[in-house]
Design a binder for this molecule. Structure first.
Ligand code: UDP
Length: 330
């Protein structure tokens, strides 16, 4: 029996592959390498270069490799990009997910874990926002993920497939053993951008908007260490394998930090007072997104071990330094 990890060469997927291979599981990675790197895939895993939308390929992999669980990370993840290219996002995140889910059903795969997002909530009226809040995405990215959640819900009702949709808040940090980390070229995510500014790879950091209705005027997010996020996936997989019901769960700590607080943390951890400029608001940004994080603790027994902004930014900085000192792309 093996686990198929789509997007296993990407940032979060590669950490899942490490966690699975570290505990001796057979893993097949399917990744089209559009944003991932084959070096990020644990050597114990089998790497297949291909697209999750290729249903025939996925059905063959399921059959030939005895795949019984799919962990689906492959997709596009940049909110402003989704506003500029909605159809690209609906293709990558929704249409291709449909093909993958169909392949899972046809191949008799029983367990499916899906990378969803807090963006399905849009601008929640209440923070922390829990899983009972309605879908109300404000970007094509959020809508594209919401639609996949709905497909999974309906498919699980009709077929012998149980799933976990994990709604990520803001993921950052890297593998403590420096085997993988956030490596995307032209990254747009705040902690990566700040780490690059601290190391001199960028001239400055722009803060997108200081007039939000938050205490310091900048957006608030719930940052979660990738190691804790992956621990939640492993627990979800064990839960499904143990006969547990399908579940939808937020993945965050329930603590929010503003953009200015994150910038201050990166400056403190690096000791570098890099230049910060105030810029216009960025399209599609909700003012605050903080996870109501009870469900994942109650249903999966998840206990975060790295819930500290300082630890997260220190880890991100260490990975950024590692990328610079190796010949890997940053
Ligand atoms: N942000 C910023 N400058 C940057 C990158 C991000 O001010 O260079 C802000 C962004 O507007 C948002 C927050 O940081 O309020 C988190 O953005 P990110 O892209 O990291 O994640 P998102 O919440 O969009 O998934």
């Amino acid at each position: 029996m093996s686990v198929l990890v789509t997007g296993g060469a990407g940032y979060i997927g590669s950490h899942m592959v490490l966690a699975l291979t570290d505990r001796g599981e057979d893993v097949v990675v399917l990744d089209n390498l559009s944003t991932g790197f084959s070096w990020a895939v644990a050597p114990q895993a089998e790497m297949v270069v291909g697209d999750v939308g290729e249903q025939t390929l996925v059905e063959r992999l399921i059959r030939e490799r005895g795949v019984n669980a799919i962990v689906h990370f492959a997709g596009s993840i940049v909110v402003p990009e989704s506003i500029a290219d909605p159809l690209g996002y609906y293709l990558n995140n929704t249409v291709k997910s449909r093909a993958l889910i169909a392949a899972a059903v046809n191949g008799g795969v029983e367990h499916f874990i899906f990378s969803s997002t807090a963006a399905v909530y849009g601008m929640p009226e209440v923070n922390p926002v829990d899983e009972e809040a309605p879908f109300d995405p404000i970007s094509p990215y959020g809508s594209s993920k919401m639609m996949t959640e709905i497909m999974l819900r309906d498919t699980a009702a009709a077929h012998d497939l149980r799933y976990a949709a994990l709604r990520y808040f803001n993921v950052a940090g890297a593998d403590p053993k420096r085997r993988s980390g956030q490596s995307t070229p032209r990254a747009t995510h705040l902690i990566k951008v700040a780490a690059q500014a601290a190391l001199g790879d960028r001239s400055h950091l722009d803060i997108y908007g200081t007039d939000y209705p938050t205490p310091d005027g900048t957006c608030i997010r719930d940052y979660i260490h990738v190691t804790d996020l992956i621990a939640a996936h492993v627990l979800a997989l064990d839960h499904l394998r143990g006969g547990g019901d399908s579940l939808v769960a937020n993945c965050g700590y329930g603590d929010g930090f503003s953009v200015k607080e994150v910038v201050a943390a990166v400056k403190a951890a690096s000791g570098v007072d890099f230049e910060v400029r105030i810029a216009e608001r960025r399209a599609g940004d909700p003012a605050a997104l903080i996870a109501g994080a009870e469900q994942i603790r109650e249903k999966l027994g998840w206990t975060p071990e790295h819930a500290s902004l300082d630890e997260i930014v220190t880890s991100a900085l260490a990975w950024e330094e590692h990328l610079r000192s190796s010949d890997r792309v940053a």
